[in-house]
Design a protein around this ligand. Structure first.
Ligand SMILES: Cc1ncc(COP(=O)(O)O)c(C=O)c1O
Length: 377
């Protein structure tokens, strides 16, 4: 079987595993607000699915996204999730000979999109205490070249959970502006951050803010997100979008309802997610060699370093998989640093985290010295 077929079949098995604990995908498993469910039921009952949604999204949703970001004067292009926005942006902005710069680790798919249109990709390593797990603007300045067309900044960073400070954003924006490049500011995890600064407020001319409903609202399977940018960039993007027939009408209704209940519902989700991070922190304090290099994390996940405990991430992941708990091996994010950590998602019921932490000593013990051959994806 081809490797894609294998990966897909594996994923299909996971999705169809009853009671699997999803601690590996940064998805949000909080109980939804009834208004979100009701909005979808209403849409189904009204059989709205017979029609196409407007190409750029419902006006109410577009306005709601702008208001949520506080980016008045900007324009939103609703998409089939942040990944579709990133695909669209890379295909529109990049071509052969252009350079795309991001960090290592980063979110990998945009690098594939950039390469697929002939651009070259450069990564700036940020993993490790020597870098404080963050991008120093001076290092971006040293890496940028006249060929750089796009800087892709995942902020908060997935998987690290670091978020840029306001002064870092100021300095990063200055570097990108001086190069005349675009800044794709992937803010998929913004809602989980303690503090977050939108680069678009500093560099409105050429910043594309990427927005997702998958994480904060928990709609990953519904596929809805957006690109927010100045109206000229949005106009340029509407020339050849990947889906000009409008994103799922059902998903958009859920997203509109979600924005309506956000202030009432999301603080509880955030508090639980932060408590879950704390439980992991407490659990690892009793296990020599494990560490949380970024704590607290500004995402809905933590990086758990395993190399100090003499175990491979793959062995730990495989052990948990046998117990129907999915966590993510670092190599999924970065070949260079992937042997050092696993990633654990925390926007989940606290019982799932308690199951994870209760098993941890046993899992570490059984992973030690294990030459794990289990295939991981
Ligand atoms: C940094 C980052 N950007 C984008 C996405 C994709 O988001 P969406 O589900 O909205 O397509 C993810 C998903 O994990 C992500 O981690």
């Amino acid at each position: 079987m081809k490797s894609f077929e294998l990966r897909n079949a594996h994923f299909d098995r996971l999705v169809n595993t009853p009671d699997l604990r999803w601690l590996g995908q940064n998805t949000n498993h909080a109980r939804p607000h009834p208004a979100v469910i009701e909005a979808m039921l209403h849409s189904i009952r009204d059989e709205e699915f017979h029609i196409y949604a407007p190409p750029a999204g419902f006006e109410e949703l577009r306005a709601g996204i702008i208001a949520d970001l506080g980016l008045e004067g900007f324009s939103a292009l609703v998409s089939d999730g942040a990944v579709a926005s990133l695909y669209h942006a890379c295909h529109t902005l990049l071509g052969p000979g252009d350079e795309f710069i991001t960090t290592d680790p980063t979110w990998n798919w945009p690098m594939a999109f950039a390469r697929s249109v002939g651009a070259s990709v450069k990564q700036i390593p940020i993993y490790g205490e020597e870098h404080s797990y963050r991008l120093a603007p001076e290092r971006l300045a040293a890496a940028i070249t006249p060929k750089t067309k796009v800087v892709y900044l995942v902020d908060p960073n997935n998987p690290l959970g670091t978020a840029c400070t306001a002064s870092e954003i100021d300095a990063i924006v200055e570097v990108v502006r001086a190069a005349g490049a675009y800044l794709i500011h992937d803010c998929t995890y913004r809602h989980f951050a303690y503090d977050h600064t939108l680069a678009a407020t500093r560099y409105p001319e050429r910043t594309l803010t990427i927005y997702s409903f998958s994480k904060w609202l928990g709609l990953a399977g519904l596929r809805v997100g957006a690109i927010v940018a100045n109206p000229d960039i949005i106009e340029q993007l509407t020339a050849a979008p990947p889906n000009n027939l409008g994103s799922s009408i059902l998903s958009q209704r859920a997203a509109i309802a979600g924005l309506g209940i956000k202030n009432e519902w999301f603080p509880g989700v955030l508090a639980q997610q932060r408590l879950n991070q704390r439980l992991i922190k407490e659990a690892i304090s009793g296990i020599p060699g494990l560490a949380l290099p970024v704590y607290p994390s500004n995402g809905n996940f933590v990086v758990l370093e395993t190399h100090g405990a003499g175990i491979t991430p793959e062995a730990l992941v495989a052990g948990y998989q046998k117990r129907k708990i999915m966590i993510r091996q670092g190599a999924y994010h970065t070949p260079t640093f992937g042997d050092r950590f696993v990633k654990v998602s925390t926007s989940v019921p606290t019982e799932w985290i308690e199951e994870f932490t209760a098993l941890l000593p046993e899992m570490v013990e059984s992973a030690r010295g294990l030459n794990e051959t289990t295939k991981l994806f």
